[in-house]
Design a protein around this ligand. Structure first.
Ligand SMILES: *Cc1c(COP(=O)(O)O)cnc(C)c1O
Length: 397
């Protein structure tokens, strides 16, 4: 596919490495290096504090939010970049719960990423009003959406298996009982088409260092449905979410629209990197990315299953129910992944036994898929994984 062949050249991928972990940390876009240099040498250096106006640093959270909005079906002015995803989850849950007084349940599932659950639980405890975080099986979520639920908070694509929730159906169910719907798009934004407007989601959050390639520590984002934003009282009422930050009023007044979800000073250099990274999505439709991602992941599944009987597909077999990753269970998954990494094939491991492979059409090729599939089969067939150096756990898996 020529569309994608030329895009691969936009990334600085190390020689000899097959990178199948863009679902955890996207690779370096070449343009990001120059953009970071420019931001420092041409803006920060000479402009000093005047860069906030002259180089429009202060507008970047909103302009980047709009660029991300185009990938997730959000209209301009409804998405704001900043802070970390965990912080954005806090903001989302705090605002949602406050908008549904009298309801005490926040509903989530046990396929959610732990940070989302920890943050929601911690927040509800500190509210001290008897709220409860209810965590059920992903398949049981719909049955638990009842009239005592203030908000349903789910991650669209399961970080371990890649299983996709039906955003429209679940959002409709939440609205039918008067609950608010919060979607975490950490493994969706830039990976598959999302239509926040079409499914009428209330709040969505996500990060930019996975499929959006914004770099380690790149900021998160938050979307609030435009019809709802005026009712949102920001729980993290920082000065940059104020109506007039430079009035330095002693009282907080929320800013207009989504700007009220800003908190404090944004990370300018990291945002410049993200802006350059998002160029890789210019001129390509999310539908094209999705179609190619399905081709690559189907190829991987069929080659691995043809060559290796000792792994079990942990992801849904139907590609429409799967995000842009494929996971296999292997009883020594950690050692197996370390053996693959030693061969220059980088995926990752998620406890207890999941070997996870992300496919990003912007830079992954069909040859890489074959290379990874045959290496995985060989490592398992020969027992190459069974070495002490592959079993010693590192801090980040
Ligand atoms: C990656 C991920 C996070 C990480 O949050 P940070 O605050 O960026 O560390 C949180 N939630 C989900 C669903 C994720 O996939």
């Amino acid at each position: 596919m020529s569309t994608f062949q030329s895009r691969r050249d936009q990334f600085d991928l190390p020689e000899g490495i097959t990178y199948l972990d863009g679902n955890s940390l996207g690779p370096l876009p070449k343009a990001a290096v120059e953009r970071a240099r420019q931001t420092m040498a041409d803006e920060w250096g000479p402009m000093l504090i005047t860069g906030w106006n002259k180089a429009k640093w202060m507008e970047m959270p909103g302009s980047l939010g709009d660029r991300i909005g185009k990938l997730i079906g959000a209209p301009a002015g409804s998405t704001m970049v900043g802070d970390t995803l965990s912080i954005k989850v806090y903001q989302a849950v705090a605002s949602a719960v406050e908008m549904r007084p009298g309801r005490k349940i926040v509903l989530s599932d046990n396929g959610n990423f732990p940070s989302d659950l920890y943050i929601a639980d911690g927040l509800l405890k500190s509210l001290g009003q008897g709220h409860e975080l209810k965590v059920v099986d992903p398949e049981a979520v719909v049955d638990h959406i009842t009239e005592d639920v203030a908000a349903v908070m789910l991650t669209h694509v399961d970080y371990r298996t890649g299983r996709v929730h039906d955003m429209k159906a679940i959002t409709d169910k939440a609205h039918a009982v008067g609950a608010l719907m919060i979607w975490d798009l950490a493994h969706s934004a830039g990976a598959l088409p999302v239509d926040l407007t079409g499914c009428n989601a209330d709040i969505a959050v996500g990060c930019t260092y996975k499929y959006l390639n914004g770099g380690p520590g790149a900021p998160g984002f938050i979307y609030v449905r435009p019809e709802l934003i005026d009712q949102v009282r920001p729980a993290l009422s920082g000065w940059l979410g104020h109506q007039a930050p430079f009035a330095f009023d002693l009282d907080y007044r929320p800013g207009d629209g989504i700007s009220r979800m800003r908190v404090g000073t944004p990370p300018v250099i990291q945002m410049a990197v993200l802006d350059a990274a998002l160029d890789a999505f210019d001129g390509v439709e999310m539908n094209e990315i999705r179609a190619r991602s399905i081709e690559l992941s189907e190829q991987f599944i069929s080659e691995v299953e043809a060559g290796c009987k000792d792994v079990e597909l942990a992801s849904p077999r139907d590609p429409n129910l799967r995000g842009s990753q494929v996971s296999f269970r292997f009883h020594e998954g950690y050692a197996g992944m370390q053996a693959l990494i030693a061969r220059g094939i980088i995926g990752d491991f998620r406890a207890p036994d999941i070997m996870r492979f992300g496919f990003c059409p912007l830079y992954n090729t069909s040859d890489e898929v074959s290379h990874a599939a045959s290496a995985l089969c060989e490592i398992i067939a020969t027992g190459e994984w069974d070495k002490p150096e592959f079993k010693a756990r590192k801090a980040v898996t």
